[in-house]
Design a protein around this ligand. Structure first.
Ligand code: FAD
Length: 382
């Protein structure tokens, strides 16, 4: 007979969202289990590991041992290959996700969370989770459930939410961790243009002076080529001597759900599709939504309103909704229009030191910079 064990809260998935939910709930006294299908938390890494300081400030202090490289700005490359640099000292980091994810899980373990690895949730029946744990079926009972099972999430669907992502709401990504190359440390390179990354962008995120995460995300409905093929062509052109030591393929959701919770469950991080539709960044929103859900679940255990959706609406959703609108315009842009915006941005940013980058402010500044750009924006929107 399969064994049964009762928890106040069960969290499925030990990425940044799941671990943050688990330690937040356990720190407030709940009995929590955290289920992870892989043998080791933090592997495999499916991420370019970039984190901007402003998005995580006030939620998590980033420790030196989690950082592969700190960032002081960005290099922007347009479709024709021209570049300019934005100086933004201390703007963020390239993390070591293996270390970062493991550290968040360690914090959960330290406050009493029961972490179960090699434990894949395969279904739910009457407030019981069916888990294949080291090849054996187990059943765990919960009072509140937190779905933190990433982009492949099934928890939402098990609980009756439509979390499916169509091709138009998805960025398909390919990325290699490459060694034996010359890297401009402390600067993240962002590259746009239809040949470089149709409907998305390409990146070079430094891990050291000789290694970087090099990848791209594309909108699959905008090209007949796949992301891996485009990346391989680029690698041959720009980094012929690079040694690939890790290959990563994955997706980034660009969809905003109408609901993120039900009476006995919460969705967090990528499972809730809480990823920035423009940049693809999801680490900070994973941590924040995880913390909100962990706290919300404990409030429910005490018979109080959870405030989860209200906190998402206050701290996360306004920016995601705005970036989604910008993405809609971005997807319609031609290389000629990219070049014009590149020229305007270069005039604004080159040679200056930036203290704060908000997409809303950048877009406003660019739009107001020339009547020509305003005309492009008008055409894209209407
Ligand atoms: C190529 C690429 C590059 C990216 N680069 C960046 C970047 O530079 N910066 C950034 O902020 N974001 C980036 N992202 C997005 C970022 O990786 C995610 O938003 C982030 O990892 C979300 O965290 P999460 O905890 O919600 O999900 P995940 O990190 O995906 O964690 C989900 C966990 O759930 C586990 N799991 C899944 N199903 C089950 C199950 N049934 N049972 C048990 N466990 C399960 C998985 O094994 C996994 O450990 C990138 C994404 C991709 C694909």
């Amino acid at each position: 007979m399969p064994s049964k064990k009762q928890y106040d809260i069960i969290v499925i998935g030990a990425g940044p969202a799941g671990s943050s939910a688990a330690f937040t709930a356990a720190e407030q006294g709940a009995r929590v289990a955290l289920l992870e299908e892989h043998e080791q938390v933090g592997t495999p890494v499916v991420c370019a590991e970039g984190l901007s300081r402003s998005t995580i400030k006030g939620f998590l202090d980033i420790r030196p041992e989690w950082i592969a490289c700190s960032l002081d700005g960005a290099v922007i490359r347009g479709p024709s290959g021209r570049e300019f640099t934005i100086e933004y000292p201390g703007c963020g980091w390239i993390l070591d996700r293996m270390v970062f994810d493991a550290a968040l899980a360690d914090r959960a373990r330290a406050c009493g969370v029961d972490i179960k690895t090699c434990a894949k949730a395969v279904g739910i029946e009457d407030s019981e989770i069916i888990v294949h744990e080291h090849g054996v079926e187990q059943r765990y009972c919960y009072r509140q459930l937190i779905g933190a099972d990433g982009i492949v999430s099934r928890v939402g669907r098990w609980m009756g939410l439509d979390t499916r992502i169509g091709a138009e709401n998805l960025e398909v990504c390919a990325e290699y961790l490459v060694e034996n190359i010359e890297v401009r440390t402390h600067y993240a390179s962002l590259i746009v243009g239809m040949d470089n990354a149709p409907g998305g962008y390409a990146w070079i995120f430094p891990k050291s002076a000789s290694a970087a995460n090099i990848g791209l995300g594309i909108a699959p409905h905008m090209t007949g080529y796949n992301a891996r093929w485009i990346l391989d062509q680029w690698m041959q052109r720009e980094f012929p001597k690079g040694r690939i030591i890790r290959r990563t393929f994955g997706g980034v959701p660009a969809k905003i759900l109408p609901r993120f919770s039900g009476s006995d469950f919460f969705l967090v991080g990528d499972a809730a599709r809480l990823t920035d539709p423009l940049s693809g960044a999801g680490i900070a929103t994973a941590v924040k939504s995880g913390m909100f859900a962990g706290e919300g679940a404990v409030r429910r255990l005490h018979g109080k309103p959870d405030n989860y959706e209200a906190r998402l609406s206050k701290y996360i959703l306004p920016e995601l909704r705005y970036h989604r609108r910008v993405r809609n315009g971005y997807l319609k842009m031609t290389d000629k229009e990219f070049e014009k915006i590149f020229d305007v941005s270069r005039k604004i940013f080159e040679g200056t030191t930036v203290q704060d980058i908000s997409i809303r402010r950048i877009v406003t500044r660019i739009l107001l910079s020339s009547p020509h750009i305003l005309r492009i924006a008008f055409n894209l929107l209407f």
